[in-house]
Ligand binder design. Structure first.
Ligand code: ME8
Length: 694
């Protein structure tokens, strides 16, 4: 049943195989802004986020890091929570898929699907992409995953299957009858085309690893990680619990109003998830909204590409509101958008420091100075100028447009609208020169001064209320300075021009957004570099680091690709830049050595680099990810002969470009003779991919 008074919104639950970056922050901030606004509209709002902690990818990351999966997931889940606190995210619940309430709920869902005849036992033989946790149609060992291009693994096992093929017509009917089920339109069309091309039954259990939720009554199988993960949206609000209070909660909040996701996980949410729910006879979410990617240096920001920006760096310099504002204002929701420190600082200075910050401080300080801190009388309507009326009308229009645009997920336009009012009022202040009016004698000038400052303060109040869901901290401060108390209590539905009470006593006026100077960009870039180095070495020590980017280990750029010869100690000391200097006899400490992350990798792809007769481009699986490595070994090795070979990789080198190709690590080799003929390091015994050398 539709319940107009409630609003339930979810983020994806994030994998804990890597640290959070601003891509994860983006989705979560979008949901937070929506949730905060819904609360201000008087809706009974529930905002859910969490972490996705099961599956082969996580199990492998934990093994590679030398700890148990539980230790591993606890650490990264805590990082997410800590970061979300700092980002001022107002989530109501944080679900972890390792929690008993989730395990119980997933098993209940599985049983429900079995009872309704949608699950049967069969055997699967084919390719599986561990990175995407996806069964793919690719053929042959190592065939690339059609989604991410990484080599797939051949899986042959007895599995439980879900009758996805039986759901085709019902899904197509759903997409036709509920056009808003998938947004935006482009994603909807892709999904429809995918389903029309035919659905095959889906394997929903695995037997080759343990880190998952056991199938009820058949614990040798663990439930497919996507069935496990998607179910979080219902288990978090009580599905599968016997308790009356949980059942009520589920009935109250389910179905979700919005599942917010990134565009790469549309198929799981728009095909598998409604199929599971239809089969289980549970109501369907009202809409699945997919946004684009945050790009950095022109490609999708992701840990495996090593091009991430951490939210912490921005939090430490410009604060949570700046990042929140930037993400919603700069990225056109639905499309891909680029992040850069330059653009961030520019937005901050233009819109926050010079725009809203300036409007707030000049208006409020003038009221303090000229009217002893009390909101002055505006003159009567008849006496107001066209300028005054234009601002009031724009204020009304801004409320209407902002609301309509925000509701259509057009956050950037909505903020542009609100900041249109900010600019108009800043101009109005300049045109009307209240500082000159204050100098003039007589009642008329005083009345004009009152009107100009009232109009400015009222416009400031409106923008502050509208922007609160996006920049909660700074707007709360402006609200206090306006003398209006707690901003969280505002009812946005009732927001209108003219509600600012005459005589309101202002709070202490202070700058909310001090301008950032040019050095801020450099500082942030430096912090990012230091953070990478610290997090690399910390995780080395704790041995809990998951997938590595290979970035910032202090390696000289010229050494970042090509075979490594056994290096003399002084050279190793350069590689392992850090506090521990080489000792007098040129020996390095064990700590220095441990900074170099050596891993066993398997060559999946190898080919010559055009126009470079010494270079080979390889894709090397290092257990947690597949790295592109460019090395000067073409004279010694035929590319075809390298495929399937186990090699040793220096995994934590700063990536560098060779002939336009990024090399994300180095392959270890002996270097023979004057020419330095490379001979690859290898093993006599069989060793697992991803194993660490120490
Ligand atoms: O896919 N730009 O988890 P995940 C924008 N566990 N958004 C980005 C982004 C980027 N560069 N990078 C990540 C999973 N995101 C599964 C989900 S849900 C039942 C299971 C955001 O850690 C975006 O929301 O890979 C994307 O869909 C999500 O993080 C992927 O997070």
């Amino acid at each position: 049943m539709d319940n107009p008074a409630k609003f339930y919104i979810t983020t994806p639950i994030y994998y804990v195989n890597a640290h959070p970056h601003i891509g994860h922050t983006y989705t979560t901030v979008v949901c937070d802004a929506i949730a905060r606004r819904q609360r201000m509209m008087g809706m009974d709002t529930y905002f859910l986020t969490g972490t996705d902690e099961h599956g082969q990818k996580i199990e492998r990351s934990a093994t590679a890091a030398g700890c148990t999966p539980k230790e591993f997931v606890d650490k990264i889940a805590a990082e997410y929570r800590e970061l979300w606190e700092r980002m001022k995210l107002s989530y109501d619940d944080f679900i972890r898929t390792t929690e008993p309430r989730h395990v119980r709920g997933v098993q209940a869902l599985f049983t429900r699907l079995q009872e309704r005849g949608y699950i049967y036992k069969g055997s699967y033989s084919g390719q599986y992409c561990v990175f995407d946790e996806l069964y793919v149609d690719a053929v042959g060992p190592g065939a690339p995953c059609p989604e991410c291009g990484r080599p797939t693994e051949t899986v042959q096992e007895e599995n439980y299957f879900f009758k996805l093929s039986a759901m085709e017509d019902r899904l197509l009917k759903l997409y036709a009858e509920q056009p808003d089920f998938i947004r935006p339109e482009t994603r909807r069309n892709e999904v429809i085309a995918f389903v029309r091309s035919g659905l095959r039954d889906l394997s929903v259990s695995r037997t080759t690893f343990k880190w998952g939720i056991p199938v009820p009554g058949d614990p040798k199988h663990v439930i497919y990680v996507w069935l496990d993960a998607l179910a979080n949206y219902i288990t978090a609000i009580g599905f599968g619990s016997d308790k009356e209070k949980d059942k009520k909660k589920f009935e109250h909040y389910w179905p979700a109003d919005v599942h917010m996701i990134g565009k790469e996980i549309v198929r799981f949410h728009c095909v598998y998830w409604p199929a599971f729910l239809l089969a289980a006879e549970l109501p369907l979410p009202k809409s699945i909204v997919a946004h684009g990617w945050l790009l950095f240096e022109e490609s999708k920001m992701s840990k495996s590409r090593g091009n991430i920006v951490r939210s912490e760096t921005i939090l430490d310099t410009l604060g949570a509101d700046t990042l929140r504002y930037f993400l919603l204002r700069e990225i056109v929701f639905g499309s891909d958008g680029s992040f850069s420190f330059d653009a961030l600082v520019q937005r901050f200075n233009a819109d926050l420091a010079n725009g809203l910050g300036n409007l707030s401080s000049r208006t409020l300080s003038m009221i303090t100075r000229y009217f002893t801190g009390e909101v002055p009388y505006p003159t009567t309507a008849q006496e107001r100028t066209a300028d005054d009326r234009a601002v009031a009308e724009l204020g009304e229009q801004t409320i209407r447009d902002f609301n309509a645009q925000f509701e259509q997920f057009q956050f950037s336009r909505a903020l542009e609208t609100a900041w249109g009012l900010v600019s108009a009022v800043n101009k109005y202040i300049v045109d009307n020169e209240p500082w000159t009016l204050a100098e003039k004698p007589g009642q008329d000038a005083r009345a004009r001064l009152g009107t100009v400052l009232y109009t400015s303060a009222e416009a400031l109040r409106i923008v502050t209320a509208l922007a609160h869901p996006i920049i909660p901290e700074s707007t709360a401060r402006i609200w206090q300075q306006l003398g209006l108390g707690e901003i969280g209590k505002v009812n946005l539905r009732e927001l209108k021009w003219g509600q600012l009470q005459i005589g309101t006593k202002l709070g202490t006026v202070e700058a909310v957004f001090p301008r950032a100077d040019k050095s801020t960009i450099e500082r942030m870039q430096k912090m990012e570099q230091e953070r990478s180095t610290v997090s690399e070495s910390q995780s080395q020590a704790a041995e809990t680091e998951p997938a590595r980017t290979g970035a910032q280990a202090g390696q000289r750029a010229t050494e970042a690709a090509g075979p490594v010869s056994p290096a003399p100690p002084s050279k190793s000391a350069e590689v392992a830049a850090g506090p521990a200097a080489p000792t007098a006899d040129n020996k390095i400490s064990i700590d220095d050595f441990l900074k170099v992350e050596l891993r066993v990798g398997e060559v999946k792809v190898a080919e010559k680099v055009k126009g470079a007769d010494k270079l080979l481009r390889m894709e090397v699986d290092i257990g947690t990810e597949v790295r592109q490595i460019v090395a000067g070994i073409a004279k010694a090795y035929d590319p075809e002969k390298l495929i399937g070979r186990k090699v040793v990789i220096v995994a934590n080198l700063q990536p560098r470009k060779l002939r336009g190709l990024e090399s994300q690590g180095m392959i270890v080799a002996a270097s023979l003779g004057d020419e330095g003929l490379p001979v690859l390091a290898g093993f006599l015994e069989d060793v697992p991919v991803g194993a660490k050398l120490k």
